[in-house]
Design a protein around this ligand. Structure first.
Ligand SMILES: [Zn+2]
Length: 488
């Protein structure tokens, strides 16, 4: 008797589970109509959208399109305004000075020649110099009204170091000049070239522009001695023609409420960036970067997910976010995690979808396996659409930290990116990656359909899972997770 019941239970178990998942796969197959899904992809990657560059009117059109699909499929709007899906991301571009000059110790240094403006808006500044052999030690000096001069040690670290500039400003300094001596990791001319380009960043254009930060070339390594000899001598700085411009940019944010009274308090983010790199100037016939693989396919994957989960919500809640500004430096995701629409501690997972291309159509690529405890769910979902899973085969490229999932991971939220198969970065990738050739008609659409369904199915398994997604022990971001969720 006992044996029979056990046996019966065993039989029910082994037959019921495949039937259940078969039923759910059927439901996904019925809900995601091929022509409808392809029409989203065709629209988003059409030439008329001109490569969806952040700051372009075409990206705003793409965002509006996505938000109206979210509405149509019944998502709850989580935008800035009632009934709206748009979250403004305050971006700006900085156009460096067209003319700049530094005069000190009887010499002139010209912007674009032997001087570069790292940060600085138009104006004239004059004050006595103070040379610091150790910039970190600035607090032990009187900087009031002075131009601080120091040797540049690490160009890369100094570039984004707004904290340091702020501290110097608070200590009374009126400018920072660093001496770009010999032995730098990067040569002068590429650095100069980089600094003379327009750059995009997060943050409003404020009236308080901070103090200017300049690099003066010191190839002969003589300026420190001269500055010491003429300690306190006057420095003149003039900057002209710099420009900061506000960029209109939006994340598109919607929500599906979970069905379980307890689990619905746990939110899973599904995200994809919908921007790409625009159009090249002055190139040949086709200069439009359609961005089908990167990331029209991911964006369409999100729209499909909106349709499916709008109809069939899982136990946990889902936040669906189309992100802006990824190609400009993960700007949309960075902004979202600092100004989330649902508190981060109530967000238990981030499931990103973003691609450079694919090398084969047999597998999907989970970036990365063995980081979180959810791998088995993605393996199951992939097998249900007839695909396998590979992990990161090119770890030295550090792909995990080069796309939006890392913005969530840095805050401690377990995060992965489900990609198309990429086992190596070879000509199968480079032929399309950030090139005008990345067009709709060049992809294997059958494979893309499987990929979209595997993404939805994985998210559904996650949404209904009886375990909570988390970092595996020892992961780089585990400590951030423990902090976010107050685990220790
Ligand atoms: Zn991308």
């Amino acid at each position: 008797m006992k044996i029979n019941i056990t046996l019966l239970f065993f039989i029910i178990t082994i037959f019921a589970f495949p039937m259940l998942s078969q039923g759910q796969m059927d439901r996904i197959n019925k809900t995601i109509e091929p022509m409808e899904a392809e029409s989203h992809l065709r629209f988003l990657t059409a030439d008329e959208l001109r490569g969806r560059d952040t700051g372009s009117p075409e990206l705003l059109v793409a965002g509006r399109y996505i938000s109206e699909q979210f509405r149509r499929y019944g998502l709850i709007p989580l935008g800035d305004n009632d009934g709206d899906f748009l979250q403004r991301v305050p971006l700006h571009t900085t156009k460096p000075a067209s003319e700049a000059m530094v005069s000190m110790i009887g010499q002139e240094f010209e912007g674009g020649v032997n001087m570069a403006v790292v940060v600085g808006s138009d104006g004239n500044i004059e004050g006595p110099s103070i040379y610091l052999s150790d910039l970190q030690d600035f607090e032990s000096h009187d900087l009031k009204g002075k131009v601080v001069i120091a040797v540049l040690r690490n160009a890369q670290a100094a570039l984004g170091n707004q904290e340091q500039l702020k501290s110097l400003q608070e200590a009374g300094a009126i400018a920072l000049i660093q001496l770009f001596g010999p032995g730098q990791r990067f040569p002068w001319h590429p650095v100069l070239n980089y600094l003379s380009q327009e750059r995009m960043g997060v943050g409003p254009v404020s009236n308080d522009q901070g103090i200017p930060h300049l690099w003066v070339r010191d190839s002969a390594n003589v300026l420190v001695e001269q500055l010491k000899e003429k300690a306190g001598s006057a420095v003149n700085i003039s900057i002209k023609g710099s420009q900061k411009k506000v960029v209109d940019a939006f994340n598109i944010v919607g929500k599906v409420e979970g069905t379980d009274p307890e689990l619905k308090k746990e939110h899973i983010v599904m995200c994809a960036h919908y921007d790409h790199v625009g159009v090249t100037k002055g190139e040949g016939q086709d200069s439009i970067y359609n961005g089908t693989r990167d990331n029209g396919i991911g964006t369409t994957g999100l729209i499909n997910a909106a349709k499916y989960f709008g109809k069939y919500p899982p136990k946990r809640s889902i936040i669906i976010i189309a992100l802006t500004g990824e190609e400009k430096g993960l700007l949309g995701s960075q902004y979202y995690v600092n100004d989330p629409k649902i508190p981060l501690e109530e967000t238990v997972f981030a499931f990103n979808i973003d691609n450079s291309g694919y090398t084969d159509t047999k597998n999907l690529f989970l970036l990365d396996t063995s980081r979180t405890n959810i791998d088995e769910l993605v393996y199951q979902a992939a097998s249900e659409v007839g695909l396998g899973i590979i992990g990161d085969r090119i770890p030295r490229q550090n792909y995990y930290e080069r796309s939006d999932q890392v913005s969530f991971a840095r805050k401690g939220i377990p995060a992965v990116n489900l990609r198309m198969e990429m086992s190596v970065f070879d000509e199968r990738i480079t032929k399309y990656y950030h090139r005008p050739e990345d067009e709709f008609h060049t992809v294997d659409i059958e494979y893309i359909h499987k990929y979209w369904k595997a993404y939805i199915r994985s998210a559904e398994l996650l949404g209904n899972w009886d375990q909570r997604p988390y970092w595996l022990k020892g992961d780089k971001f585990e400590a951030a997770g423990d902090k976010l969720y107050n685990k220790k």
